[in-house]
Design a protein around this ligand. Sequence first.
Ligand code: CP
Length: 311
Amino acid sequence: MVRSIIDVPDLTPAELDALMDTAEDIIARPDDYADACRRKKLATLFFEPSTRTRLSFEAAMYELGGNVLSVTGAGTSSAAKGESVADTAKTVSCYADIIAMRHPKEGAALVAARSASVPVINAGDGGHCHPTQTLADLLTIRREKGRLGNLTVGLCGDLKFGRTVHSLINAMSRYEGLKFVLISPEELKVPSYVKNEALKKKAIPYTQTTDLMDVIGELDILYMTRVQRERFFNEEDYLRLRDSYILTPEKLKKAREDLCVMHPLPRVNEISVAVDEDPRACYFKQVLNGKYMRMALILMLLGLKAGGDRV
Ligand code: CP
């Protein structure tokens, strides 16, 4: 089986560091990478809506000199006729050198990877995980704070269905001196399996609260998330919970001067637009960093480096 990236633990800490170093090199010397993926094709198979992840993968491949094949929406591919994820992956392997796939079902990317003969990158599978968002998040934290350890990280919002949160906890739990503050309504707490595997097993300190303002002053990172309407079983619960946390300039007065405010986006109401002017707002930097990290990941999985040489 070729190497695929389904979740963050598929990458070692050394590989994460190497990906961030490659991303920094791409930022510094983009021309050196302009032909790195010449004659290579990326297939983006997106069976769920996306703006950032799909377009950043596609921009990444174009900036590496490669080409892109795209499926957007289950209704436009033979999935609508009942084709299985496994058969789709086998088929697309005949056309593309690497696949990025988003799917509403947890585990779909793993199923695709088991059938594909080219690398598969999980671009988000249901409420499970979203490892390439985590790559964007890690580079952003490293660039903004200068380190990935010794930080107090607040995660706020829908921590139950927010797959980016699950992947980020998983990734950051590998660094020293971390403390997590989990801020959510009672119904939207981090699932036990994430806490057990990533926090309890490694004895990483964490607290849980429903009140953002009680803890905002302690945080180095505040990672806001959207309440995931598409994963709720009933609209009433969504409407009751959707505006649990709205970050405003007024609330930020209680926060540290060097706080880093993050959000995987899209935002709905969780961060007021007025916060965008605050120098602590880092969420659009995350968007750009995501493209560079996806470039680095494509290169790694295809065994290529600057200039198109093989590693
Ligand atoms: N962060 C993220 O996954 O955004 P999209 O849903 O727009 O891809």
